[in-house]
Write a protein that binds this ligand. Structure first.
Ligand SMILES: [Zn+2]
Length: 89
């Protein structure tokens, strides 16, 4: 587990990610294909975030390897990028 994140926080993010995953899974298949693509992409991000919680890399920016700020994780628990890298891309 990433040391800069408290275990309680990680559990909270995990719970939020799982809830969001259930919400997205319940999105009806009808509607524009664009909606489905967004849902599929978000589900991918959530799966990646959950996997990174399991393997201890959660909360680390996948580009610069710096810790992602708590404020950003609170806002976007499934993010892979720190705020600097997100805005640079
Ligand atoms: Zn970064």
């Amino acid at each position: 587990m990433a040391r800069f994140l408290e275990i309680d926080k990680v559990h909270e993010y995990k719970r939020r990610l799982l809830e969001r995953q259930l919400e997205l899974a319940a999105v009806p298949a009808r509607g524009g294909s664009g909606t489905r693509t967004c849902v599929a992409e978000e589900l991918d991000e959530i799966k990646h975030a959950l996997a990174s919680i399991e393997n201890g890399t959660y909360g680390v920016c996948s580009r610069c390897a710096e810790p992602i700020g708590m404020i950003r994780l609170n806002a976007v628990p499934d993010t892979r990028l720190c705020v600097l890298c997100a805005f640079a891309s």
